[in-house]
Write a protein of this length. Structure first.
Length: 222
């Protein structure tokens, strides 16, 4: 259990941002996101200042933008909603790029895109400059309940195990000629998800019993 495990988002480096205490970076991230969310949509220049400050931190961290930008794909659902918002919102209409759109919807779409992008990029920067174990220690220093810290620790430790199990199930299905192409295959996919859940639950029980047999008392050793 105690072996150190990196994660796909971490970018190894020795910049001042990498060396900064994890708990301070967590507090800074929460404060930054709260301030960004509380900023009115119409304050366009302020969002520019936020973006400039965030890009300065990216430069300080020496994490390439080419490493961070592809990982912004997690924001795609919010982008789709923001693109639709000017067309489905009500209120006074205006012309934008030759299209009739809602003024309030256009402002809300900008706010959603700006705040979402800033928040996701800030979170990715934190993950890229902080090891998972350091994040957990930072949460402990911030007095997060020990049970939650342990849940996060187990999640980080066994995420790759569960993903490996999923990969083996996909290979087994493909070797039997199964390929999900249309809704008729959804019941098979649902069954696979259920089987993965049961396997993960059983593996978790075995791990817990193994830990108890080794003297686990509810708190992980430092």
């Amino acid at each position: 259990m105690g072996a150190g495990h990196g994660h796909a988002l971490h970018f190894h480096g020795h910049s001042p941002l990498h060396r900064a205490p994890a708990h301070l970076k967590l507090v800074a991230l929460v404060v930054f996101m709260l301030v960004a969310v509380a900023t009115p949509h119409q304050w366009y220049a302020v969002f520019g200042v936020y973006a400039a400050a965030l890009l300065a931190l990216v430069a300080l961290s020496r994490v390439p933008l080419t490493y961070l930008l592809p990982r912004l794909v997690v924001e795609v659902p919010f982008v789709v909603f923001a693109v639709l918002l000017p067309f489905i919102a009500t209120g006074p209409r205006t012309t934008f790029l030759g299209l009739s759109v809602s003024e309030s919807g256009l402002e809300s779409a900008f706010g959603l895109l700006a705040k979402g992008t800033l928040g996701v990029l800030a979170g990715l920067l934190l993950a890229a400059t902080t090891e998972p174990t350091e994040l957990l220690r930072g949460l402990e220093r911030l007095r997060l309940p020990q049970q939650l810290v342990q849940i996060l620790a187990f999640m980080l430790r066994y995420l790759e195990v569960v993903l490996g199990e999923l990969h083996r199930m996909r290979v087994a299905a493909a070797s039997r000629g199964f390929t999900a192409r249309d809704p008729r295959h959804w019941p098979v996919l649902a069954t696979s998800v259920g089987a993965l859940f049961i396997r993960s639950f059983e593996r978790g029980e075995r791990v817990h019993l193994a830990m108890l047999s080794r003297g686990y008392t509810g708190k992980m050793p430092s």
